[in-house]
Ligand binder design. Structure first.
Ligand code: FES
Length: 164
């Protein structure tokens, strides 16, 4: 009788210990597994093309991109700097995108002007559905190579980052 009670207790401890191990493993996985990238992905409707005035940049935080209208073209530019991934703001005074991390400057079309970025700003696919512009953040193409100067223009005024 004593022997079977001891065995029952030992078996109970083993089962309990095993369950604790499983629970601890599951909890650790939940804590350590990689997080999905923040921000919405997929198609985002941004409104009529006529809403985007000439030579402007409009930010859409939901998808983390800029919609720009320059020289008769409309682009959806990723906010993520191709150098090391910092968020690139638009500087109203210079009329350029200026990365605050290492000073890369891009023109309004997202083309590289100066700094360590290996290329211009990446672009998301843009289409028109029912008269509205739709940006697809799941479809990205690399920005233009250095030397693309289709949208270059001299700075409108002082740099926000103090780069001239
Ligand atoms: S992350 Fe933009 S210049 Fe380095």
């Amino acid at each position: 009788m004593n022997l079977s009670r001891r065995r029952l207790l030992e078996t109970g401890w083993k089962i309990g210990g095993g369950l604790l191990g499983v629970i601890a493993g599951w909890t650790s996985w939940e804590l350590l597994r990689p997080l999905k990238a923040a921000g919405a992905t997929g198609k985002i409707k941004v409104g009529s093309p006529g809403n985007f005035q000439k030579d402007t940049a409009t930010y859409f935080g939901q998808g983390r991109f800029w919609v720009v209208n320059t020289s008769g073209h409309i682009f959806a530019l990723s906010q993520k700097c191709p150098h090391l991934g910092c968020r690139v703001p638009f500087c109203e005074s210079s009329g350029r995108f200026e990365c605050p991390c290492h000073g890369t400057q891009f023109d309004l079309g997202g083309e590289w002007i100066s700094g360590p970025s290996p290329r211009g700003m990446d672009q998301f696919e843009l289409s028109i559905e029912d008269g509205d512009l739709v940006v697809d953040t799941s479809k990205k193409t690399d920005g233009p190579d250095h030397g693309a100067r289709q949208f270059y223009r001299d700075p409108l005024g002082p740099s926000c980052a103090g780069n001239g």
